[in-house]
Design a protein around this ligand. Structure first.
Ligand SMILES: Nc1ncnc2c1ncn2[C@@H]1O[C@H](COP(=O)(O)OP(=O)(O)OP(=O)(O)O)[C@@H](O)[C@H]1O
Length: 337
């Protein structure tokens, strides 16, 4: 009974921003809409919110057809990338705003605001004004304000997008814990695959206004449905059949091989399944080592090694090595990324 999106399309002039999307979001889940800029994530979120109306299709929220309902009637909480707090109101007043609009009795408002301040870990800061808070604290107030009216659905559009990397990372973990406490059906828009994988139960990968794949983070990572998904979710090498790396039993001539950098095994000597390669460059990233490898046909691929493996192999630039894929996928050439 969460959210059902049925054959929803939206066009802006001649541009098809969202194209015949069918999607079910389970009640109480936290789902990330993930995709590159312009893939239609925000438009889909705005359609769910009622800030845009679809050209075709239906949007069903908690069992009720909401397609023609106004934003106010949808019982939705919304948080955007840029803090939309009221600058002239204290944190308490900001959080209380929706409840006061609904003419909630004063004592109930006060109790709910106290509870929300604790929930977003800002107890004691209720008297401050938005300008006296950090960016991360402001976004937590925005979340508390969105949750105050007990929405059935929470929509978050890049809520941490404007914050620096460290704060962003802390807030992801915080949002995950918060969701485990409140369990409101949440749709989270991001273009950051790591953020999506860390926060969400399920990922909806979008490209060109369409859904490419829906699944849990491990399902999507391990079984990507298309080269686009494989390339978007984590680093990948794309090599042609000429590389000699294709598994012997299925070497379709019109395919590319998609190979994750950590799925390349490097050995000092050849065996029946390895292909020769030359170490072109070694990049130390602290927790892992990136090794650029030149194949005999001139293609360059990148392997990621743990420090331990790297130390055992004792690699040097220009060294001749022998490599084999531990896991790889082939996709026909006609797929574009
Ligand atoms: N009101 C509008 N009028 C015209 N074009 C629009 C409008 N809203 C969105 N678009 C276009 O629709 C496309 C999809 O936009 P959308 O914001 O949904 O993408 P997105 O995946 O959220 O990207 P981003 O991460 O950059 O926000 C973009 O090319 C955008 O320019």
């Amino acid at each position: 009974m969460g959210i059902q999106i049925q054959n929803v399309s939206k066009r802006f002039g001649s541009f098809q921003a969202v194209h015949q999307i069918d999607l079910e979001i389970a009640s109480g889940s936290l789902v990330a809409l993930l995709g590159p800029s312009g893939s239609g994530k925000s438009t889909l979120l705005r359609l769910i919110a009622g800030l845009e109306s679809p050209d075709t299709g239906r949007i069903v929220l908690t069992g009720k057809d909401a397609t023609n309902q106004s934003v106010q009637d949808r019982n939705i909480g919304f948080v955007f990338q840029h803090y939309a707090l009221f600058k002239h109101m204290s944190v308490r007043k900001n959080i209380a705003f929706g409840l006061e609009l609904k003419k909630t009795p004063k004592d109930k408002v006060e109790a709910r605001v106290d509870q929300l301040l604790e929930l977003v870990q800002l107890g004691g800061l209720g008297h401050r004004y938005p300008s006296q808070l950090s960016g991360g604290q402001r976004q937590r107030v925005a979340l508390a304000r969105a949750l105050a009216v007990e929405p059935e659905v929470l929509l978050l559009d890049e809520p941490f997008g404007a914050l620096d990397a460290k704060v962003r990372k802390d807030l992801r973990a915080w949002l995950r814990r918060l969701h485990e406490e409140v369990h409101v059906t949440t749709v989270f828009v991001t273009h950051d695959q790591e953020e999506a994988m860390e926060v969400a139960d399920e990922l909806v990968v979008m490209n060109h206004g369409k859904v490419e794949q829906v699944g849990s983070p491990p399902e999507i990572y391990d079984n990507p449905a298309s080269p686009f998904v494989m390339s978007f979710i984590g680093p990948v090498n794309v090599v042609s059949n000429a590389s000699g790396l294709f598994p012997k039993q299925d070497a379709p001539p019109e395919s590319n091989l998609f190979l994750r950098p950590h799925d390349i095994e490097i050995a000092a000597s050849a065996n029946g399944t390895t292909v020769p390669a030359k170490v072109e460059r070694i990049i130390h990233l602290g927790w892992e080592i990136q090794v650029e490898l030149g194949l005999n046909d001139g293609q360059i691929i990148t392997a990621h090694l743990s420090r331990e493996t790297y130390d055992l192999l004792d690699l040097r630039p220009q060294q001749q090595v022998h490599i084999s894929p531990k896991g790889a996928k082939t996709f026909p050439l006609f797929y574009s990324i």
